[in-house]
Ligand binder design. Structure first.
Ligand SMILES: NC(=O)c1ccc[n+]([C@@H]2O[C@H](COP(=O)([O-])OP(=O)(O)OC[C@H]3O[C@@H](n4cnc5c(N)ncnc54)[C@H](OP(=O)(O)O)[C@@H]3O)[C@@H](O)[C@H]2O)c1
Length: 172
């Protein structure tokens, strides 16, 4: 709670639209150790719930949580996570986790939907994009949207930002 209050103070704001727990485990150890930090996550979640109820956060969520992490949190949570922000792109589609979130009414946010840009020169993906008459980033973003996710592509190029939003096609 002290961290949330300090953030609001530094930003000069009364509330934030959303705050999420970045990861169930310390980032340096993510998915590399057995400890899922269940108690720590429950305590952090309680702080988010309290801040939400106090009107300091308009939405609260999680990120990089696997099914077992969400299940542990749900055992004691008063409020269900509203969002799970996960690595989701054509080369990394954890379908079971996506379905689990859907069943629990947790919005999936797809981070790095263009695989950090590493997918741009992949011949098979380029051929599929060509078939639809779109760019690889457009194909990648549409792919995550058709999975029912909110897509979070990043670009520092205004032209890319514009074309990334032109998604008037359907992937079969
Ligand atoms: N929750 C988490 O743990 C977590 C972890 C990682 C990332 N994220 C979030 O996810 C978001 C995106 O992640 P990301 O940067 O890793 O990957 P990304 O969005 O998959 O890829 C970004 C790369 O794609 C390029 N790109 C975008 N549109 C393009 C276009 N139309 N044509 C050509 N290149 C294009 C960008 O270059 P240009 O700038 O040149 O367009 C950039 O190099 C960020 O907001 C980040 O905060 C969250």
């Amino acid at each position: 709670m002290a961290g949330i209050n300090e953030t609001l103070e530094k930003m000069g704001l009364d509330y934030l639209d959303m705050m999420i727990i970045h990861s169930p485990q310390p980032w340096a150890k993510v998915n590399q150790c057995k400890d899922r930090y269940v108690e720590g996550n429950r305590a952090a979640w309680k702080a988010l719930e309290d801040a939400y109820e106090a009107g300091k956060l308009k939405a609260i969520g999680i990120s990089n949580f696997q099914i077992e992490d969400i299940a542990s949190l749900l055992e004691t949570a008063k409020i269900k996570p509203m969002v799970n922000q996960i690595l989701l792109h054509i080369s990394n589609t954890p379908m079971e986790l996506v379905e689990y979130c859907r069943k629990n009414n947790i919005v999936v946010e797809a981070y790095s939907p263009i695989a950090h840009g590493e997918i741009l020169n992949q011949p098979e993906i380029t051929a599929i994009a060509k078939k639809y008459g779109v760019t690889v980033p457009q194909l990648c973003i549409k792919y995550t949207l058709q999975l029912g996710a909110v897509s979070l592509p990043k670009t520092s190029n205004p032209e890319h930002m514009k074309s990334n939003a032109e998604l008037d096609f359907e992937i079969t």
